[in-house]
Design a protein around this ligand. Structure first.
Ligand SMILES: C[S@@+](CC[C@H](N)C(=O)[O-])C[C@H]1O[C@@H](n2cnc3c(N)ncnc32)[C@H](O)[C@@H]1O
Length: 410
């Protein structure tokens, strides 16, 4: 039995590392070497496009030929990333002669150093060696990564947490985007946090199936049933988040789409920060892009639209409370995506037309996009409001205006 490996963290900043080979293995290894600040010399007659892009960007040196012993002059480490065992052994032999550690992709038993499976969390790097079995190393690494991701409270901590300042035990809040409706469109991180939560405060628009899968002991607060008017209700939701977290709970505030797209996520973050509660924000797939996509409408398309604008239509264009320059939007050529706009759709479309957007501009309405109940209506800017009424389309729905509406039609 061979001796156990001796683990080390190599500090490669500014140090020469030679990579021999320009194929798939080198493509996977080089980014981590560059990340560690290594001065990478790549020796290979040919490169993958990804490696070539790094060479073109000046990130590493490339010698476009086969290996010669002088390539190891000044090297601290060599990575052999070629399949040819004879050529690989020749590089190993030169490395051994010069007492340079050598990683071998083709034959780990012939290597003098092994690459561990790695996961990084802020300043912490976890490296796992699987006793000669890379799959075992990856399995253990994945388990540790999952554990650390769940416990990870580092992002967006705007204030020191209560534990740090008072010694009391505190929980934390995660503002998680649940995606547009299809339960599979939550992010991996969002899902992990949900499985860890003690309390989930959920909006009306979050996919019901996500809630179905919560542990039985999770306290579920339905934010849409919080009494009072909209602004008092928001205060009440903020209070629930803060109180539960200060009592030690892991709280997930689950919001439809993305928390910061008309989601009042910013207000909740500030309320938690004010109370010294650590907050993590997990972005979500927003309905403003996903609902059109689910209806076959890309919000940008080459040669059709070079911009898209997402706007809320919940305030009528002529209302003094409106913050939207509808006249300016009418002058844009690109895609306009209107959320919460059904109630004011007739006034919105009339305003856009009055300020110059052509009435025949294609338009579409997507109701409950990405869900099994999705409905799609196609019309023009001139007709979309009346057609929506006639078809009895209802919120939640997005309205898309622009030539992208027909861009993928055959
Ligand atoms: C308060 S906003 C929240 C938006 C959300 N934060 C997001 O990023 O998708 C609610 C509006 O989003 C739109 N919306 C949300 N989910 C939708 C879906 N599945 N299909 C169409 N529109 C949706 C509707 O315009 C709805 O009135």
């Amino acid at each position: 039995m061979s001796a156990s490996p001796y683990p080390l963290g190599l500090r490669l900043d500014g140090r020469r590392v030679v990579v021999v080979g320009g194929g798939a293995v080198a493509t996977r290894r080089v980014p981590a070497l560059l990340d560690a600040g290594a001065d990478v010399l790549l020796v290979a007659p040919e490169l993958t496009p990804a490696l070539r892009a790094r060479v073109d960007a000046g990130r590493l040196h490339w010698v476009p030929r086969r290996f010669v012993p002088e390539d190891l002059d000044g090297a601290w480490l060599v990575q052999v990333a070629i399949d040819d065992p004879m050529a690989a052994a020749a590089v190993s032999a030169v490395a051994a002669e010069r007492r340079i550690f050598c990683v071998r992709a083709d034959d780990r038993t012939a290597a003098t150093a092994w690459t561990p499976a790695v996961t990084r969390h802020g300043p912490v790097t976890v490296a796992v060696l699987g006793g000669g079995d890379p799959r075992r190393a990856m399995t253990v690494r994945d388990a540790i990564r999952d554990l650390l991701a769940v416990r990870d409270t580092a992002p967006t901590r705007v204030r020191p947490d209560v534990e740090a300042t008072t010694g009391a035990t505190t929980g934390r809040v995660a503002l998680v985007g649940a995606g547009p409706g299809d339960p599979e469109l939550i992010t991996v991180r969002g899902w992990r946090l949900l499985t860890e939560a003690d309390v989930v405060v959920a909006d009306r628009l979050v996919p019901g199936l996500l809630l179905d899968e919560l542990r039985a002991d999770v306290e579920l607060v339905d934010a849409s049933k919080v009494p009072y008017g909209p602004s008092r209700a928001q205060e009440e939701i903020n209070r629930i988040l803060v109180d539960r977290a200060l009592a030690g709970a892991v709280v997930v505030r689950l919001k439809g789409g993305d928390p910061y797209v008309f989601g009042r996520g910013g207000e909740e973050l500030l309320a938690c920060a004010e109370a010294g509660v650590p907050v993590t924000v997990v972005p979500g797939v927003t309905s403003s892009i996903a609902a059109p996509a689910a209806a076959g409408i890309p919000v940008t398309h080459r040669g059709v639209a070079h911009e898209f604008t997402v706007v809320s239509g919940h305030v009528a264009p002529d209302s003094p409370a409106s913050l939207v320059r509808w006249d300016a939007l009418a002058g844009l050529r690109g895609t306009l995506v209107i959320l919460m706009g059904l109630k004011n759709l007739a006034a919105i479309t009339a305003t856009l037309i009055a300020h110059g957007r052509p009435p025949q501009t294609p338009a579409a309405v997507v109701q409950e996009g990405t869900t099994g109940a999705q409905r799609v209506l196609r019309a023009t800017l001139a007709t979309v409001a009346a057609d929506t009424l006639a078809a009895d389309l209802r919120p939640p729905a997005v309205v898309v205006v622009g030539d992208v509406v027909g861009a993928l039609d055959g």
